[in-house]
Design a protein around this ligand. Structure first.
Ligand SMILES: Cc1cc2nc3c(=O)[nH]c(=O)nc-3n(C[C@H](O)[C@H](O)[C@H](O)COP(=O)(O)OP(=O)(O)OC[C@H]3O[C@@H](n4cnc5c(N)ncnc54)[C@H](O)[C@@H]3O)c2cc1C
Length: 383
């Protein structure tokens, strides 16, 4: 039975980063993935992910984001790949909205460079955007995007270079903890492996692979739409166009990107957290005309030139925890042998490299210097 120091289940965003960090520390790692490298069946595909620092979700994420920016830069250098484009970003909405007020709170608390723009100034600087007079925006020059498939490929490349064993197209069927602190055993369709420690990074498959975690996770289908702008992509290129998150009076959030796919491509846009419940087995991958029409109508009021012709629409999954904060810790039921990284609730990608670093810390040392109190799986049980 092949034996390792650490086995990582799932080599998507989080698992590929964890395998790379573990291997870089000289650990004998086996990574096991059910699909191929950087595939499009989970949560880490679609060409772009927003990265930003003035985090409206909670200021507690900011130190992790600062480290993530450093690690993304290092990943680009070490892998020789282009991963990020820091084109700037605007968080828009009514002044009291979570998107605007929450971003401002994080920016102020952590002294992050930012500017507050009124509607007139937004229109002047970013002529594609048409905010209402009562909307404002927080502009962050360091916001932008990272490329998820390239990030995963880069981490897999570094893990391999550092000596990790990576198995693809090999689904894990079950895992168990051996008695007496003897480590773990992982069963796949092809073999059985043992290791001193297990890290489970299952994405949307968490409800089945982490059934005894004690956290209620909900998987949601989310659609990404690429529209070819009416007047062409030129006003939408990353040197002219920011990423944006735009909140309505009714708290609906939509977010989007510059056009990254050349003159014939589209600019991507999606609703944030407005999905339908699904499982990885039952998710409807077809996107219907009514869905596209609803998105086009929503954007016509905000970025009138954007909803030209639809280039493509692709489904993806969020795995939501009850409070939409991550789950990143030793497994409460198996604290000596298993680390978990799941429940990224639709906002995890910008943290991928720092999650890899933290999961490696937890696996090897049982603790990390990074502040991760918010991600305790038992937080719901605390008074
Ligand atoms: C449409 C959309 C837009 C998003 N936008 C943003 C954004 O702008 N900014 C941001 O920060 N975040 C964003 N996110 C969230 C972010 O992409 C996710 O939080 C992140 O990709 C989750 O990574 P993961 O490793 O948990 O999941 P995944 O990358 O899906 O990895 C899980 C892996 O586990 C494998 N696996 C599962 N079961 C098994 C098994 N039994 N055996 C072996 N392998 C298994 C899967 O095949 C998969 O590869 C977005 C997500 C979506 C869907």
């Amino acid at each position: 039975m092949p034996s390792f120091d650490v086995i990582v289940i799932g080599l998507g965003g989080m698992g590929s980063a964890t395998a790379a960090h573990l291997a870089a520390r000289g650990t004998r790692v086996l990574g096991i993935e059910k699909h191929g490298p950087a595939h499009n069946r989970g949560s880490s595909h679609g060409g772009s992910r927003i990265i930003r620092q003035s985090y409206f979700e909670d200021p507690a994420y900011v130190p992790l984001l600062l480290r993530s920016y450093e690690l993304f830069a290092k990943l680009e250098q070490d892998s020789g790949r282009t991963i990020s484009t820091l084109c700037g970003g605007v968080m828009l909405g009514p002044p009291g909205s979570r998107t605007v007020a929450g971003s401002l709170r994080s920016a102020r608390q952590w002294d992050l460079p930012h500017e507050m723009l009124d509607a007139k100034e937004i229109r002047r600087r970013f002529p594609t955007l048409a905010p209402r007079d009562d909307e404002v925006g927080l502009y962050e020059a360091r916001a932008g995007l990272v490329r998820p498939e390239t990030t995963v490929t880069a981490h897999l490349q570094l893990a391999l270079q550092a000596g990790a064993d990576l198995h693809f197209e090999e689904p894990v069927t079950r895992w168990d903890v051996l008695p007496g602190g003897a480590g773990v055993r992982v069963h796949t369709a092809e073999d059985v492996y043992t290791a001193g420690h297990l890290v489970v990074c299952p994405g949307a498959w968490a409800p089945s692979l982490l059934a005894d975690l004690g956290v209620e996770l909900t998987v949601e289908r989310q659609i990404m739409y690429w529209f070819h702008p009416r007047g062409g992509t030129e006003p939408f290129t990353p040197d002219r166009h920011p990423i944006y998150i735009w909140e309505d009076a009714d708290a609906t959030q939509v977010y989007g990107f510059p056009a990254l796919e050349g003159p014939d491509g589209g600019a991507k846009v999606a609703f944030f957290r407005r999905g339908t419940v699904c499982t990885p087995d039952t998710i409807e991958r077809t996107v219907h005309d009514e869905e596209t029409a609803a998105m086009a109508a929503h954007m016509a009021e905000r970025i009138p030139d954007l909803p030209g012709r639809l280039r493509k629409a692709v489904a993806c999954m969020y795995t939501n925890s009850p409070d939409e904060h991550f789950v990143l810790a030793r497994h409460p039921a198996h604290p000596d042998s298993v680390t978990v990284a799941c429940g990224f609730s639709g906002h995890g990608f910008k943290f991928v490299p720092v999650v890899g670093e933290i999961a490696a810390d937890l696996a090897l040392n049982g603790a990390t210097e990074h502040p991760i109190g918010l991600f305790d799986p038992l937080r719901g049980a605390h008074p």
